[in-house]
Write a protein that binds this ligand. Structure first.
Ligand code: TYD
Length: 141
């Protein structure tokens, strides 16, 4: 599985750093929603879902956390430790967010509004959908 990690350009000077994110320029989709998680307990694993069509970029703008990505065939763990790095998550990718530092703020840029109907919350259903879309691939899990 190819993980697409973005390193955004900080505009730094002697006052500090600033990162600007523009749709279709720094972010490969129209940003229709922004949400963020904070005060997440260190032992908590969030996510546990995939999306039928939503695309997202996750940025840990403060602190750190890890993202487990699973395309139904392979799993990869992506650490997010810098406010200028982000990971792109396409549709049909199962994600879990974990190992949050106490001060972590995980911001999500999303290509669409909140729609519970776009969620795949059952892992077996997710595997079924992925296999239907690429039936010839050998599953590793
Ligand atoms: P949830 O899907 O459990 O978060 P995650 O899977 O990313 O850990 O969402 C937590 C709650 O927030 C749930 O009641 C739905 C609500 N919510 C919104 O109202 N809008 C949103 O954009 C998101 C992501 C969640």
């Amino acid at each position: 599985m190819q993980v697409v990690k973005y390193m955004f350009q900080p505009h730094g000077d002697d006052r500090g750093q600033l990162v600007a994110l523009e749709e279709y320029k720094d972010i490969p989709f129209r940003i229709k929603r922004v949400y963020y998680m904070y005060d997440t307990r260190a032992d908590v694993v969030r996510g546990h879902h995939a999306h039928k069509s939503l695309e997202q970029i996750l940025i840990c703008i403060h602190g750190s956390c890890k993202i487990r990505l699973d395309n139904g065939y392979e799993k990869k763990i992506v650490p997010l430790e810098k406010p200028y790095e982000g990971v792109y998550i396409a549709n049909n990718i199962w994600r879990e967010m974990f190992d949050f530092s106490e001060d972590a703020v995980l911001m999500v840029l999303a290509s669409d509004l909140y729609d519970e109907g776009d969620y795949i919350r059952d892992y077996h259903e997710f595997i079924q959908i992925v296999k239907e879309e690429a039936p010839d691939r050998v599953t590793l899990i």
